[in-house]
Ligand binder design. Structure first.
Ligand SMILES: Nc1ncnc2c1ncn2[C@@H]1O[C@H](COP(=O)(O)OP(=O)(O)OP(=O)(O)O)[C@@H](O)[C@H]1O
Length: 255
């Protein structure tokens, strides 16, 4: 049986009088794809923000590889191996595609370590490693030919793939994708589907996904967590979720 990577227990997040997330729990095992679904405003992104350290949850625990994360800032959580993309693409649009991946690796590395490496011959070796890793992931996401293009000039679907590459160069254990298929055409969504599977099955990365594209979610997920109005509604396999009457009523029935 696969080891458990992430455990989220009884997570709640309050914004003033609004309880945006109310007692959500989920687990992600190694090499597992878990999706979080729910109607607009259900609290999915807030759950992501709590897990990835953008918010400190009002209540609950986030334990990643046995370590408590819920009081750590986002950059420390990322260094533990849990990285994310955002609903709105956040690339350095005026930098080249390659530079985006190099900066991501520099930002991810311990600053003290980098300082120590500067001016030493190890620095050059290290830089070479970063470029090679960037090239590897650009190739995997089909952007190697675009390495020297400004990121902002890429087509939308390419920018989405670059965001994933930017996460992958930091060698995460868990990749969190917030609506990665938003704005993609069916061909690009099919490519995304294949890429996520490849990350999971060939590169041993677990994936936690927020997604509105039900076809993608049902096709790709090992487990699905359904949230409604901030509260947990159901957890199960795609088959279990598709025939769960509460889910059909609260969510799928709306489609
Ligand atoms: N920083 C914040 N301050 C106040 N309220 C917030 C904040 N972030 C989210 N909310 C509120 O929390 C609720 C859940 O929002 P959230 O963005 O997590 O939902 P979602 O399920 O991700 O929605 P969508 O599918 O539309 O992206 C909403 O009512 C939203 O307005």
């Amino acid at each position: 049986m696969a080891d458990t990577l992430l455990v989220v227990r009884d997570l709640s997040m309050r914004f003033g009088g609004l309880l945006a997330v109310n007692g959500v729990s989920l687990t992600v095992d190694e090499r597992q794809i878990v999706s979080v679904i729910g109607p607009n405003g259900a609290g999915k992104t807030t759950v992501f923000n709590c897990i990835s350290g953008f918010y400190t949850p009002t209540e609950g625990e986030v334990v990643f590889q046995g370590k408590a994360m819920h009081k750590l800032p986002g950059h420390k959580i990322a260094r533990e191996g849990m990285v994310r993309t955002f609903q709105n693409i956040r690339l350095f649009k005026e930098m080249t595609v390659l530079e985006n991946l190099l900066v991501a690796q520099h930002m991810h590395a311990e600053r003290n370590l980098l300082k120590g490496l500067l001016l030493t011959k190890n620095f050059r070796i290290k830089e070479q490693e970063l470029v090679e890793r960037a090239a590897f992931w650009l190739e995997r996401v089909g952007l190697l030919d675009f390495a020297n293009r400004e990121a902002g000039t890429l087509a939308y679907g390419q920018q989405r793939r670059l965001e994933i590459a930017r996460c992958m160069v930091t060698q995460p254990k868990l990749l969190m994708l917030d609506e990665p298929a938003a704005g993609l055409n069916p061909k690009e969504t099919a490519e995304l589907n294949a890429l996520i599977r490849e990350l999971c099955h060939q590169h041993q990365v677990s994936v936690l996904l927020i997604e509105h594209d039900m076809k993608l979610v049902m096709d790709i997920s090992d487990q699905i967590v359904v949230i409604n109005q901030g509260a947990p509604l159901a957890t199960g396999t795609p088959e279990e979720i598709q025939r769960n009457p509460d889910v059909i009523k609260a969510y799928l029935g709306e489609e």
